[in-house]
Ligand binder design. Structure first.
Ligand code: ZN
Ligand code: ZN
Length: 313
């Protein structure tokens, strides 16, 4: 399966600020030497040598992750503002998708606010199935899309919708098996796991990890052990996580402990704190890698979830 990040920020959208753009340009200019400008190749080499926080950005949209299964089934996790970017890409690149499967972790604003701008849902030839273990799924989504919050309702304009309340599971889609479990978050969120062709992908946001999440129970083991790719809410530094106890999010260092405990292969830091700029996020990434190293975990690979990137699982 292929995972694509369309929205990676937590809490609220976080555009790149004008002063940040100015500061990035100024920093790049300071680094250029005459020799870097000599040819198209030297210019390319110069750009490639820039640190990622300078040449690019992590992204400011709220959560939306696509998992494209091996048979081209499109699974989407959450409809944060990133779903608008997914929607635009669908129109640009692959118009042929006839059925979207959209799973909700929970219904906080940052996970539903892009839904009115999910253009494929307005096409009667495209079917959209929404999933959540919450019985109030349909009601929650419809309430969010009505006057005075939005000028048109789902019932008026989105004609080919299906609402599936998930029971015990698992659910089969194509060759994949999808399961879910509760996560510790105000009002409860749900994590999802996809297994396909012997590979395991786990999507775990929003969550403030508990001691019980580390216990080697059969349920935890089945869900977390040995994931090939784990997307984890690691919004905070350790200091902030202590300050913001019970806010429902995890520190990146506890995330590394967790990935180590469950022998995760690739950990993607996710649900980035909107107060952090690109430099700070990359600093956190370096600290997370340093910490994994200190723990003696040499097999864990750690990355930042970055908008627009894709990963093969
Ligand atoms: Zn969130
Ligand atoms: Zn939340």
């Amino acid at each position: 399966m292929t995972i694509r990040f369309w929205g990676v920020r937590g809490s609220h959208p976080r555009p790149l600020l004008p002063e940040e753009v100015r500061s990035k340009i100024a920093s790049v200019i300071q680094r250029i030497r005459t020799v870097d400008l000599e040819s198209p190749e030297s210019r390319e080499r110069f750009l490639a040598s820039l640190p990622p926080w300078l040449f690019g950005t992590t992204g400011g949209n709220t959560p939306c992750v696509e998992a494209r299964l091996s048979d081209d089934t499109v699974v989407v996790f959450d409809a944060g503002s990133g779903i608008q970017a997914l929607s635009a890409a669908m129109q640009r690149d692959y118009r042929d998708v006839q059925h979207f499967h959209v799973f909700f972790t929970h219904f906080h604003y940052d996970h539903v606010q892009g839904l009115p701008f999910f253009v494929p849902a307005y096409n009667p030839n495209v079917k959209v199935t929404f999933y959540s273990p919450r019985p109030e799924l349909e009601n929650n989504l419809k309430q969010h899309m009505q006057h005075p919050y939005f000028p048109i309702t789902m019932d008026e304009k989105m004609s080919n919708l299906e609402f599936v309340v998930l029971g015990e599971g698992p659910l089969r889609l194509g060759n994949a098996e999808i399961t879910w479990r509760e996560l510790n978050h105000p009002g409860t969120a749900f994590g999802y796991q996809i297994r396909e062709h012997g590979k395991t992908f786990v999507h775990a946001t929003d969550v403030e990890l508990l001691e019980s999440d580390f216990e080697k129970t059969p349920e935890n083991t089945r869900f977390f052990q040995g994931a090939d790719m784990l997307i984890l809410d690691t919004q905070y530094t350790l200091g902030e996580a202590i300050e913001k106890y019970n806010w429902g999010h995890t520190s990146f260092s506890l995330g590394v402990d967790f990935a180590t405990a469950w022998a995760t292969k690739r950990l993607y830091l996710f649900h980035h704190e909107p107060l952090y700029d690109d430099k700070k996020l990359h600093k956190n990434l370096q600290s997370a890698r340093w910490y994994a190293n200190r723990l003696g975990n040499t097999t864990l690979q750690i990355y930042l979830s970055e908008e627009g990137t894709e990963v093969e699982v």
